[in-house]
Design a binder for this molecule. Structure first.
Ligand code: ZN
Length: 558
């Protein structure tokens, strides 16, 4: 199709979607917008889709973004999720999470960061950040000097969020095989960004998605508490999924991702209560429509239905004091500048290539990337980012700057009392990275030694999860210095701080509330005890987020 025709189609589509639809595409190259706008919601990803198996077991994954295990259970127990409750059947043993036809695994932890893009990539690969290469909602890549922001936090431009669907953005960054590649069965994916290897993709409506992405990047605004736009995204995706099933039949593996519930929770007035309300009002009905389609095809009894999430949410205060976000005076960049670093501007793409430090935000965590400043001493010099920074003069200089700022607000007044822990390591440049250590105020010590001297039972499974974040071929994408903001579940909201613009709720930390994910399996044709036996044999008694892919492969007998 010629470009001029695409342009006309795009303009017509934008006009139909409302003028605002087009205006909000700031920062995205026009061709990509046009491609997305002009293209179908349902995309066949292969010339010939894999044939569905005649009698192999099927799996339906209901992927609920940002839904904590507690919130899902409470919504169910309130009686407000009749479709999900009917699927699971009567609760038999609440402590063991056993239902007549379901099993709700408890105390299942996310990876670190407990943040969307990194966590879902681990869900769909079974590998942690150090191996997947998808380090968070945004990250810096030393090898290419690219700043990547599929869910922008420190930057405002949402071009990468659109490229996730228009240009398969994540697929060039995911360094390990996906579930869909490994399972090698007919797979349909609705809205999930990690669809490499699937047969069919349902994409979001371009107009509403870009509006939501822009809204997310700019934080809480006055008209956010209305969930219409968020639920429209989730509901339209289910409608398109049902259309795809009608046209092509049921797949062996179907993923349906609900991003709206998370986006809404970030801005809702009373985040956790509103999230439960969203589950009972929007999600349950949507799940009911999906299950109804399986039932009408005679496939429900034999289908494993897995409810899974990427992280939970912890309420926060949406003001400039608690939002340590981008570019504000007295924020993290000022601590770096005062230590003599030229800091990369908070822009998705920047003309300034002479920076010596980069910040990438993940809510309760922030990554700081540091260059060897001897490779770029003068203003205008481009640093050699493939080389590791010097330990004392570059890495420890950053650690000391944030230690001082967190203790007294020195050079960055917003950080006063807002930093919980500072982690760092001896950088290896672009070589496979080693583990983070903790700054104890005097030197860097191992995580285990630090916790032995300073018990922190609120930081769940910290050493193992930090290792998954830091160690591996792409461990360098989580930075040379790692900041954990003070974002403790046990503190009042007034004492919680986060690296982002203003929101009413965030996540990213190793705390229970941020980390405990939904992990519930159901199958009408199986008893809960049978499901328990299957799960136990496949992934053991205490699985983590990294066990989702192994479990699905086992259920599919792959
Ligand atoms: Zn999320």
């Amino acid at each position: 199709m010629p470009r001029w025709l695409l342009a006309i189609i795009a303009l017509l589509a934008a006009a139909l979607a409302g003028v605002g639809g087009l205006l909000l595409y700031t920062g995205t190259p026009l061709m990509e917008i046009m491609t997305l706008l002009a293209s179908d919601a349902v995309v066949e990803l292969r010339k010939d889709m894999r044939p569905a198996r005649a009698d192999g077991p099927r799996v339906l994954v209901v992927a609920l973004d940002g839904v904590g295990a507690d919130e899902f259970r409470d919504a169910m127990r309130s009686g407000g999720m009749p479709h999900v409750s009917a699927l699971l059947g009567a609760e038999i043993d609440s402590a063991g999470g056993l239902f007549a036809h379901g099993l709700a695994k408890q105390n299942v932890l996310s990876i670190l960061p407990s943040t969307t893009y990194a966590a879902w990539t681990s869900v769909y690969t079974g590998e942690p950040v150090g191996e997947t290469g998808v380090a968070g909602n945004e990250w810096f890549d030393r090898e290419t000097m690219a700043f990547v922001a599929p869910a922008p936090v420190s930057v405002r431009e949402h071009g990468d969020a659109v490229r996730v669907y228009s240009d398969s953005l994540l697929h060039r960054w995911i360094a390990v095989p996906t579930l869909f590649e490994r399972a090698d069965v007919r797979s349909y994916v609705t809205l999930a960004a990690q669809y490499r290897g699937a047969d069919l993709l349902v994409r979001p409506d371009a107009g509403s998605f870009a509006r939501l992405a822009a809204s997310f990047a700019s934080g809480v605004t006055d008209d956010d508490s209305d969930w219409e736009a968020y639920s429209a995204l989730d509901q339209a995706a289910v409608t398109e999924t049902l259309n795809a099933i009608e046209k092509h039949g049921i797949a062996d593996l179907q993923v349906v991702y609900f991003p709206g519930v998370d986006l809404f929770t970030h801005v809702a007035d009373s985040a956790l209560r509103e999230q439960e309300h969203y589950l009972t009002t929007v999600v349950d009905a949507a799940v009911g429509r999906l299950l109804g389609a399986y039932r009408s095809h005679g496939a429900l009894d034999s289908t494993y239905v897995l409810f899974v999430s990427d992280h939970g949410h912890t309420p926060s205060i949406a003001d400039d004091r608690h939002a340590l976000g981008a570019g504000d005076a007295g924020g993290p960049a000022d601590a770096l500048k005062a230590a003599g670093f030229r800091v990369r501007p908070f822009e998705l793409e920047t003309e300034d290539a002479a920076y010596q430090a980069v910040l990438a935000y993940q809510g309760a965590l922030a990554y700081v990337y540091v260059a060897d400043r001897t490779t770029c001493p003068n203003s205008g010099d481009r640093c050699d980012w493939t080389a590791p920074p010097r330990y004392t003069e570059d890495v420890l200089a950053v650690v000391r700057a944030f230690d001082a700022a967190g203790g007294t607000g020195r050079n960055a007044e917003k950080l006063d009392g807002a930093i919980d822990l500072v982690f760092a390591r001896e950088s290896r440049g672009v070589q496979p990275a080693g583990p983070f250590k903790v700054w104890d105020g005097d030197s860097l010590v191992s995580v285990s030694a630090y916790l032995a001297a300073n018990p922190r039972p609120d930081l769940l499974d910290l050493e193992r999860r930090l290792e998954g974040l830091a160690v591996g071929r792409y461990g360098h994408r989580s930075g040379d210095v790692l900041l954990l903001s003070r974002y403790r579940e046990q503190d009042p909201e007034t004492e919680r701080y986060y690296f982002a613009a203003r929101y009413r709720s965030w996540h990213g930390s190793p705390s229970r509330q941020d980390s405990e994910i939904l992990f519930t399996l159901a199958r009408p044709g199986s008893t809960g005890a049978e499901l328990h036996g299957i799960v136990q044999a496949a992934i053991g008694e205490q699985p983590s987020q990294l066990d989702v892919t192994p479990l699905i492969l086992k259920l599919l007998k792959r």
